[in-house]
Ligand binder design. Sequence first.
Ligand SMILES: NC(=O)c1ccc[n+]([C@@H]2O[C@H](COP(=O)([O-])OP(=O)(O)OC[C@H]3O[C@@H](n4cnc5c(N)ncnc54)[C@H](OP(=O)(O)O)[C@@H]3O)[C@@H](O)[C@H]2O)c1
Length: 264
Amino acid sequence: MNFNNKIIWITGASSGIGRALAIKFAKQGASLILSSRDETKLAAVKNECDAYTNNCAIFSIDLSNEENIIETADKVLKNYNRIDYLINNGGISQRSYTIETPVDVDRKIMETNYFGAVTLTKAVLPRMIEQGGGHIAAVTSVVGKFGFPLRSAYSASKHALHGFFDTVRAELKNQNITVTLIVPGRIVTDISINAINKEGKKYGLMDQGQAAGMPADVCARKIVRALAKKKKEFLVGGKEVIMVHIRRFLPRLYYKLASRLKAT
Ligand SMILES: NC(=O)c1ccc[n+]([C@@H]2O[C@H](COP(=O)([O-])OP(=O)(O)OC[C@H]3O[C@@H](n4cnc5c(N)ncnc54)[C@H](OP(=O)(O)O)[C@@H]3O)[C@@H](O)[C@H]2O)c1
């Protein structure tokens, strides 16, 4: 693994998996660009990274706002002559039944998780191609591989990322663009607390299943290794990731289990 002096842009770097990734890359001497909305939290993560790398900068971004993403990308690309890695990690989850969720909540989740990553990737790709290549990752979810109760829009947004980034990989292979889809199961972060409900408000609770998941720093260590190996798709988590294989190879069993899945 050699991330020394590599320029790595991470979204969702203020918390959870993004924060843990930033610290792992900092320990390897990478040059980091940390992005999310909350600059106070980003400053705390930068402070942790500064113990290991001299090159850590904050560029705040709102992934639900196309104009803001383009402006931020312009600023970043003016400050850096290359971007080696773009890690599309920022996102929000959902805790609401389909039938009760107004479409504007579906759109908010889709804007952040799907169009946010798409807009930022399109802003960075020309630079990567110009510089002779680059590596783009997207953090999706096991529910980007199958449906799950209370997550209809979230699951849809993560499925969409698979379609988009598989296509980017196929189209840009000859321009030396590597694409890794990271597919986490349950990782211990604030994702359920930060999830939105049918009113579009913060759910505010740590799910039991979430709390018993894989620690974020273990997850980040595995992701860093998968990126070094240029994996095309990487499942990370506990036994829950088996559902991905069940959905693929034993669909009838999946349909039976899906109707009995515990929602949290
Ligand atoms: N934890 C899990 O079990 C799990 C499982 C599968 C997939 N994932 C995926 O992993 C990624 C990271 O989530 P996490 O588990 O680390 O949860 P988290 O602790 O809630 O972190 C989410 C990150 O996304 C950022 N974010 C949210 N909305 C944003 C917006 N509009 N613009 C910019 N940044 C935004 C947040 O920063 P600000 O609030 O500062 O903007 C935060 O840094 C997400 O894509 C999530 O869907 C997590």
